[in-house]
Design a protein around this ligand. Structure first.
Ligand code: ZN
Length: 302
């Protein structure tokens, strides 16, 4: 189910009032925070509704440069845990969250994840990220878009929920096991859609063009090659544009994917030049599973 809240001056109203997805801190049950909406999907699957999960970055907002609102800081005091994912904005804010909300547990869900460099989706460059909560420079933070990496994040979330709410530990464990089965089934479906179930798929990796380089892990896992228009968070220079156009023509790109939170300008210029269409590929949709299937289908069709 896709979140439809529009970012506006009322972002916080949306944040607090989009029940049941966003919910509000319950008086008795356990409340936790996550950074982005797909993480809420993971927590909801594992908690089976026993936990109220609030989301820090409202729908439609850039996930890299978010500035938490003071009202969110006060909501944090109700939370038992903050599930960080290693996004840049978390670095300076996590220590503030910890000092504002006494007793909140900071859980780094990227602690088991081996990240790749932002610019190269093929080469692992790091050891598992540190537990300090500081994202390592130059590493791709979009780890929620790889089912294999979500297995690892889910393990960290499940272990934390079991410790925080021991009364329901067995339920969290059972839901976690069932979520893992769901991820395995999703993985098989994605491999089938993208024809990535054999060595052949890897040999003829399909190339797709995106504005913001969100899909590096997804590309690495599913026999794809991601070409990004955005360079180090900026619109490309004329020289870079030419090189991207040459690449797009070489691979006969039919679709340029954009993320709703980012500029469409360069994507539209490139699409026009090569006679391609522009299509939204949402990286922050709540319904993580259906969204990955949708994006895979669109890439397969192009
Ligand atoms: Zn991003």
């Amino acid at each position: 189910m896709k979140q439809t809240c529009v970012l506006s001056a009322a972002a916080l109203v949306c944040f607090c009032g989009c029940a049941p997805h966003h919910g509000s801190p319950s008086q008795e049950g356990v409340t936790v925070f996550v950074s982005i909406l797909p993480q809420k999907y993971f927590v909801d699957r594992i908690s089976g509704g026993l936990v109220t999960c609030l989301v820090m970055v409202p729908p439609g907002t850039n996930e890299h440069s978010y500035e938490p609102h003071p009202a969110q800081m006060s909501l944090l005091s109700h939370a038992k845990a903050y599930f960080a994912i290693g996004l840049e904005f978390e670095g300076p804010w996590i220590p503030k969250f910890a000092s504002m909300a006494k007793g909140i547990r900071m859980v780094h869900t990227d602690s088991l994840v081996e990240k790749i460099a932002s610019t190269d989706a093929d080469e692992p460059r790091s050891a598992p990220s540190s537990e300090s909560g500081r994202p390592a420079a130059g590493l791709d933070p979009h780890i929620w878009l790889s089912p294999a990496l979500v297995r690892q994040q889910a393990a960290t979330i499940a272990a934390a929920l079991e410790e925080i709410d021991t009364l329901h530990a067995a339920a969290y464990r059972a839901n976690f096991v069932s979520f893992l089965r769901g991820i395995d089934s999703l993985d098989r479906r994605l491999r089938a859609i993208l024809r990535c179930d054999s060595g052949e798929g890897v040999a003829r990796r399909k190339t797709f063009l995106v504005f913001h380089p969100t899909w590096g892990y997804f590309a690495k896992d599913y026999c794809l090659r991601q070409v990004a228009i955005e360079v180090e968070g900026k619109e490309p220079s004329p020289r870079m544009m030419k090189s991207i156009l040459d690449t797009a023509r070489f691979y006969k790109i039919r679709t340029v994917f954009v993320q709703p939170e980012f500029s469409r300008t360069s994507a539209e210029v490139i699409a026009h030049e090569i006679g391609a269409g522009v299509l939204d590929a949402d990286a922050l949709a709540y319904d993580w599973k259906d969204n990955l299937l949708y994006v895979a289908q669109k890439i397969a069709e192009q």
